[in-house]
Design a protein around this ligand. Structure first.
Ligand SMILES: Nc1ncnc2c1ncn2[C@@H]1O[C@H](COP(=O)(O)OP(=O)(O)OP(=O)(O)O)[C@@H](O)[C@H]1O
Ligand SMILES: [Mg+2]
Length: 380
């Protein structure tokens, strides 16, 4: 393998160590070397398979060299820098690095990147269980339930993944009072160059143990969210966390269907009003058509107990299935929690609404007998 080390100082300890590792692992003749300013010239004369840019101690010039290298080679481009510099990591990936290696663990990081290069295999299947939360209609309370369920699961199991799959309209960071540096679109754009460790660094941790991947807040970024990106992100999340909660936008865009397909449980949140129930029925039919097993769907009534609701029995008959959970209407508790960015299950743990959400979180993954498919018992 032909390799090249690019650095501002080719004899500094880091570059020297890097050259030694490359020589021992993949390039017995010893890697070529180039200073930042020479990278383009070097690549024009001698193509390489793997190029490693050392970003320390001058990351700005290092990133410029990386940009030039990316333009000049189709080889594998690695960036080496500090793992604590999350902005630098993202910038390096934006500039075209295939991987970012932690300089403090150079040997292990390089080994892992090189073995990925040699066998582009991902290995190891996903293990965590995914709970997809889908609203029958806007404002049903899906985000509220997603955040609170994830909080309960994080408390019970030490940690929980939470993914905001509502590009441009995601509320989860606000509901947890978090200010994430990275979001779903950043990852989708770079997904081919990222690995699981990088994915983990893009999550923001909440004190409850939730690890959130937020959605992009700039509307223009929403088009960067791709089904391939989402699929890879969900796989990484399920490797990292035993439980992953996803707040969905809808049931028909391809990237949303990716999550529905991976879900062990689909929490379909509705209110007992006519429009919600009409939509619930349409969603159930659509899920059937897309091959999402009916046995994974849990019909959850939120804001239960409001005046003039439809009777639950009539609704069950219309839907041809059982309403699995009832979450009481409690504006005082829920508004008080949502408006302060503290999940209700933490802020008011003994409120009836919090207890009901806790029970939902703890039982939603229990195995059920398949409900009957939507029968045309009642014409909407
Ligand atoms: N059980 C509840 N009792 C009282 N109010 C609730 C309850 N659940 C949610 N709400 C309120 O309903 C409103 C909508 O909640 P939320 O944002 O969670 O819904 P959503 O389905 O995610 O909406 P969107 O369509 O915007 O994504 C909020 O004002 C929230 O405080
Ligand atoms: Mg929402």
């Amino acid at each position: 393998m032909r390799t090249l080390v690019v650095s501002s100082n080719l004899v500094d300890p880091l570059s020297t160590r890097l050259r030694g590792i490359l020589r021992a692992r993949v390039d017995e003749h010893g890697p070529a070397v180039a200073e930042y300013d020479d990278v383009e010239n070097h690549l024009a004369c001698a193509p390489v398979d793997v190029l490693v840019v050392v970003l320390s101690p001058d990351p700005e010039r290092g990133l410029e060299a990386l940009r030039q290298a990316r333009r000049a080679t189709t080889g594998y481009v690695l960036a080496v820098g500090q793992a604590s510099e999350s902005k630098l990591i993202l910038r390096a990936l934006h500039e075209g690095a295939d991987h970012y290696l932690d300089e403090a663990e150079l040997e292990a990081a390089l080994d892992s990147a090189l073995s990925k290069l040699q066998s582009k295999q991902d290995g190891g299947g996903p293990a965590g269980r995914l709970i997809a939360v889908l609203a029958a209609a806007g404002g049903s309370g899906a985000s509220t339930l997603a955040v609170n369920m994830a909080t309960i699961l994080a408390k019970d199991h030490d940690k929980c993944g939470l993914i905001d799959l509502k590009p441009g309209r995601g509320d989860l960071a606000a509901l947890l009072d978090l200010k994430p540096s990275f979001h779903l679109a950043d990852l989708c754009v770079n997904v081919g160059r990222l690995d699981q460790a990088m994915f983990e660094k893009a999550l923001i941790r909440h004190s409850s143990g939730i690890h959130l991947l937020a959605s992009p807040q700039v509307f223009a970024d929403t088009r960067l969210v791709s089904p391939q990106g989402v699929s890879q992100i969900l796989t990484w999340a399920r490797r990292l966390f035993s439980y992953v909660v996803v707040d969905l936008e809808d049931c028909f865009h391809e990237e949303q269907v990716m999550a529905l397909r991976q879900a062990s449980a689909v929490v379909l949140v509705s209110r007992l009003d006519f429009t919600s129930l009409r939509n619930t029925r349409r969603i159930l039919e659509h899920l059937d058509q897309r091959g999402i097993p009916r046995s994974s769907v849990r019909l959850v009534v939120n804001r239960h107990g409001q005046p003039n609701e439809l009777p639950a029995g009539d609704v069950e008959e219309a839907l041809g299935g059982k309403l699995a959970h009832y979450i009481p209407d409690d504006p005082k508790t829920i508004n008080g929690a949502n408006n302060t960015g503290i999940p209700a299950v933490l802020k008011s743990p003994s409120a009836r609404v919090s207890l009901a959400i806790g029970q939902l979180a703890r039982t939603v993954l229990e195995r059920r007998r398949a409900s009957p498919t939507v029968a045309a018992k009642v014409a909407w």
